[in-house]
Design a protein around this ligand. Structure first.
Ligand code: F3S
Length: 287
């Protein structure tokens, strides 16, 4: 028999608050309105759960043209450009808004400044739906800064306000803010980084330092899971990024005892349970 594996799941694993809320709204929508519920893009970044949702009648669409009049559309936790909400309303589509309250806070802040004569700067990835949605609430004087280099290339400004993509890693955001301070005389920073993401990253880091192997579970299309994997790997512990228990190879654990598990914010509990079960099987199997 191999040495028993000790399995430790990070205290910050599974759905975050915003994803839990979105899933609850979808479940309520299915119960109340029945039929099909549409989501603009995948509701969450987890292919396995998306398949389960499809079986329950939750269908991702890429355009409002795919939603019939009178249909029900869920705005996912990232939020969306307000023009799309207006267009959906104009088409007689029922909207269930699952925009995470933390994202709503950024949208509200930016909206409040939309008539100011100075620019709003969003620190984040301009391709990310959350950033595109927040940008839709800003006035014309909007700048999106993805990294320190872009901040350093900016023309000097007298005044500006900053919001940060909720899932942006804090150390990176702080470097960008430092670079912005050298460009903008009067800079107001609204700290909109989500505490749930930070706690998850810190807990993953702390766990990775105490185990022999880390499993990071989440959709390959999930950028927060990719970042978590990088964080875990950065401490030098062997780590693997997996989507499901089927990918686990027992050979990874030869001579290793303590196995840590962390997950992205869109990883359901049932997937974590199946990873635990697979590890227990490996642990109990004859060597
Ligand atoms: Fe909201 Fe933070 Fe999750 S912004 S969707 S609680 S990662």
């Amino acid at each position: 028999m191999r040495a028993k594996l000790e399995i430790i799941v990070s205290p910050h694993a599974g759905y975050c608050f915003g994803v839990k809320r979105a899933m609850r709204l979808v479940a309520e929508g299915l119960e109340r309105y029945g039929g099909i519920i549409y989501t603009l893009g995948d509701l969450i970044h987890n292919p396995q759960e998306i398949e389960r949702l499809k079986a329950r009648g939750v269908h991702p669409v890429s355009s409002l043209d795919e939603v019939p009049e009178g249909g029900t559309l869920v705005i996912r936790a990232h939020g969306v450009h307000p023009d799309r909400v207006r267009e959906a309303e104009r088409r007689g589509i029922r909207i269930l808004d699952a925009t995470c309250p933390f994202v709503q806070r950024s949208q509200k802040f930016v909206r409040g400044l939309s008539r100011e004569p100075y620019p709003v700067i969003i620190i984040g990835d301009g391709e990310h739906p959350e950033v595109q949605g927040i940008a839709g609430h800003a006035g014309e004087r909007l700048l999106i800064v993805r990294d320190e280099k872009e901040a350093k290339r900016m023309a000097p400004l007298d005044r500006a306000a900053v919001v940060i993509q909720t899932t942006y890693p804090r150390p990176e955001a702080e470097r960008i803010i430092d670079a912005l301070r050298s460009k903008v005389r009067d800079l107001h920073v609204e700290d909109t980084i989500c505490q749930a993401t930070e706690s998850r990253r810190e807990a993953a880091l702390a766990l990775a330092r105490t185990v022999d192997f880390m499993l990071v579970v989440g959709g390959r299309n999930s950028s927060n899971t990719k970042r978590l994997y990088q964080v875990c790997a950065s401490v030098g512990v062997p780590a693997r990024f997996i989507e499901s228990a089927d990918e686990i190879d027992p050979a990874w654990f030869g001579g290793r005892r303590r196995i840590g598990i962390t997950t992205g914010t869109s990883t359901p509990d049932w997937l974590i349970a199946s990873v635990r079960e697979r590890l227990a099987e490996i642990s109990n199997a004859p060597a």
